[in-house]
Design a binder for this molecule. Structure first.
Ligand SMILES: [Zn+2]
Length: 233
C-alpha cells in the first residue's frame, strides 16, 4: 500500500492560512519568544495509537487506528510547518512490532524504545474512545502524573472546547497502570479525541475538516502552554 506521508502544497497553504486566522496571536508571540526557541529544540513525538492488525476501537466500520493516524499526520504537518522537530511512532497503517503475527507488547516496547531514544522530548499520543453507552461524548486530555504538564493538558482542553462548547470534560492524570506511559520519562499528553460510540461525534471524526480542527487545537494547546511559560515561568 502507498505510504501516506506527503502533504500536498495546497493543503499546507490552507493549513497556514487557517492557523494564521485561528491562532495568529499565539504564533506571533511564539516566534518571537525565547521559550519557543527552547521548545523548538524539543522533539515532538507524535504517537498514533494502534495500527495494522491492531485496529483499536471500531464502530460501524469506523476504526480507531485510521482516525488516530490521520490526526497524527495533520498534527505532524502543522508542527513541521512552524519549524518544530517531530517524530512519528508510525506514519502509515502498520503496527510497530515488526513481527508478522501481531504482538501488542512488542508493539508498545518498540514505541517506548523509540521515545526513550530521544533526550529532549514530549509525547502526544493520539487515540479515540469507545464506550458501551452511546451517550458519552467529548474529547479529553490526560497528562502524566508527577510531571509539570497539567497546564498543557488544561490549555489543550480549552482549545478543544471552542470546537465542542458542550464538552464538560476536564484534564485528568493518565492511568498509571498503562504500560506505554509508565515506561517513558517525559511530558506526555494522551489525547482521547472523542467517542466513536457516540453517533454525532463519530460523524464528526470521519470528517476531514473536523480532524484538522482537532489537530489545530492540539497544536494551539501546545503553543499556549509555551506562552504561559514566557509570562509566568
Ligand atoms: Zn486507543
Amino acid at each position: 500500500m502507498k505510504k501516506k506521508n506527503a502533504v500536498a502544497p495546497l493543503l499546507l497553504a490552507v493549513i497556514s492560512v487557517i492557523i494564521y486566522l485561528a491562532v495568529g496571536k499565539t504564533l506571533h508571540n511564539a516566534v518571537t519568544s525565547s521559550a519557543v526557541m527552547k521548545a523548538q529544540a524539543t522533539v515532538i513525538i507524535i504517537d498514533a495509537g494502534h495500527g495494522g492488525q491492531d485496529g483499536g476501537s471500531s464502530v460501524d466500520g469506523v476504526t480507531e487506528k485510521d482516525i488516530n493516524l490521520d490526526i497524527a499526520l495533520k498534527l505532524n504537518a502543522i508542527f513541521e510547518l512552524f519549524g518544530f522537530e517531530t517524530k512519528l511512532t508510525r506514519s502509515g497503517d502498520y503496527s510497530t512490532d515488526g513481527s508478522e503475527k501481531f504482538n501488542k507488547r512488542l508493539d508498545l516496547d518498540n514505541r517506548i524504545k523509540l521515545i526513550n531514544s530521544y533526550e529532549n522530548k514530549v509525547v502526544i499520543s493520539i487515540h479515540v474512545n469507545e464506550f458501551p453507552s452511546k451517550r458519552y461524548f467529548g474529547a479529553q486530555m490526560f497528562y502524566k502524573n508527577g510531571q509539570n504538564n497539567v497546564k498543557w493538558a488544561e490549555k489543550t482542553m480549552s482549545r478543544l472546547k471552542t470546537l465542542q462548547p458542550e464538552n464538560e470534560r476536564v484534564a485528568k492524570p493518565i492511568n498509571s497502570a498503562l504500560y506505554l506511559y509508565s515506561r517513558i520519562d517525559c511530558p506526555v499528553l494522551l489525547a482521547e479525541c472523542g467517542f466513536l460510540s457516540n453517533d454525532a461525534e463519530r460523524a464528526l471524526l470521519t470528517d476531514e475538516k473536523y480532524r484538522m480542527q482537532i489537530a489545530m487545537a492540539l497544536f494551539a494547546g501546545y503553543t499556549d502552554n509555551i506562552e504561559s511559560e514566557v509570562n509566568y515561568g
